[in-house]
Design a protein around this ligand. Structure first.
Ligand code: GLY
Length: 360
């Protein structure tokens, strides 16, 4: 498969709303188009961006999220259990039951307030409740603002792998309130930086020294442009999975073995691995590995495999990855940027994994 992205660069950071520091990016999907607002305080726009016909709102959030929203509607608050373990079908069922008991109808809405776990799960709840109701995302972590809340993919995990059950369900709007980033713990900053590192290899210009609001807007703008071109991941959008085949496998192993790893940290390790694999396959020279390590190092991201990772198990999870329709499949760099490469030899993948340093 060949959908290359040699680096579109350009001004993808949206336009500034006059008289404010807020930037507006449009995800352009015809009748399903929606705005993403990026800036301090934009969560105050929730009540005006919900459709006027919405009378009741399920605000789905998670234990420990210190941010709230004013919906100016009758409200049901649903608090998810902490961590990635909330992304389960049993939690979807519980949320839908609570919404049904509270009398939410097809004309009502979900507002997701939290990180990627919340926006993924709440988006899926909105996609399936009464066969689909309005959803508005208020991502409160860097990772959710630059990635998880944008694009409409939502879903939950199975024991067999990450995000194996899900839907495409576009939100009514996304409000990336950068004020919420001020309270993020270091591990969450790292998580977001893992996804930002990915964008660096997909053509987003160097963001070092750029104010955080603009960094977020630039990443959102790149993702919006890709999703606008390819909503259902039939082509260019698959490149946004750069670093993710290994990342999902090591995250699934973490869940399975009772360990924890942030998604962005797993993506960082996955980016290092992808550069090593591409070099080993003769697609790029060894200087590309150095470039990857330099970006990851500048962002303070890990590059070594977590100690709990077992090579054989990693290959099993990779084979179950949604991208793996034709053997092991990775997004890899080549002469003309990144592309999707299928049918990679498991022996070669194992060899590259074994060559990587392991974190203590
Ligand atoms: N919600 C994440 C995506 O659509 O990529």
């Amino acid at each position: 498969m060949r959908h290359t992205d040699a680096g579109s660069g350009g001004m993808e950071g949206g336009e500034e709303i006059p008289g404010s520091d807020v930037r507006k990016v449009i995800v352009d999907l015809g009748a399903s188009s929606y705005p993403v607002l990026v800036g301090k305080g934009v969560r105050s726009q929730v009540s005006t961006l919900l459709s006027e016909s919405v009378k009741r709102v399920a605000v789905i959030t998670q234990a420990g999220i210190p941010w709230g929203v004013e919906t100016m509607r009758e409200e049901l608050r649903i608090e998810l259990p902490p961590g990635e373990s909330a992304k389960r079908l049993a939690v979807v069922e519980r949320a839908c039951s609570e919404m049904a008991k509270a009398g939410l109808t097809r004309a009502d809405a979900v507002v997701a307030v939290g990180g990627g776990v919340v926006t993924d799960l709440a988006g899926f709840v909105a996609a399936v409740y009464h066969r689909g109701i309005e959803v508005l995302h208020v991502p409160t972590t860097l990772l959710a603002q630059v990635d998880a809340a944008i694009g409409g993919k939502c879903g939950v995990n199975l024991d067999e792998g990450k995000n194996l059950v899900g839907a495409f369900w576009q939100p009514k709007a996304v409000l990336c309130d950068t004020e919420t980033l001020s309270s993020l713990p270091e591990c969450e900053q790292l998580n977001g930086r893992g996804e930002m590192a990915k964008y660096a290899f997909l053509g987003v210009p160097n963001l070092a020294g750029v104010p955080l609001d603009q960094q977020v807007a630039q990443c959102v703008g790149h993702k919006a442009a890709v999703v606008s071109e390819d909503e259902r991941e039939g082509g260019r959008r698959a490149l946004l999975n750069y670093g993710h085949t290994l990342a999902h496998a090591i995250e699934a192993q973490a869940l399975h073995h009772g360990n924890t790893i942030g998604h962005g940290e797993a993506v960082a390790v996955g980016l290092h691995f992808a550069a090593l694999l591409a070099t080993r396959m003769g697609r790029v020279g060894p200087e590309e590995v150095e470039k990857h390590l330099a970006v990851l190092d500048r962002l303070g991201l890990p590059t070594a495999l977590p100690g709990y990772v077992e090579v054989g198990e990693t290959l099993e999870y990779m084979a179950r990855d949604k991208k793996a329709v034709d053997g092991l499949t990775f997004v890899l760099m080549g002469d003309s940027g990144c592309e999707v490469v299928s049918g990679v030899s498991p022996d070669l993948v194992a060899e590259v994994l074994q060559s990587m340093p392991t974190a203590l």
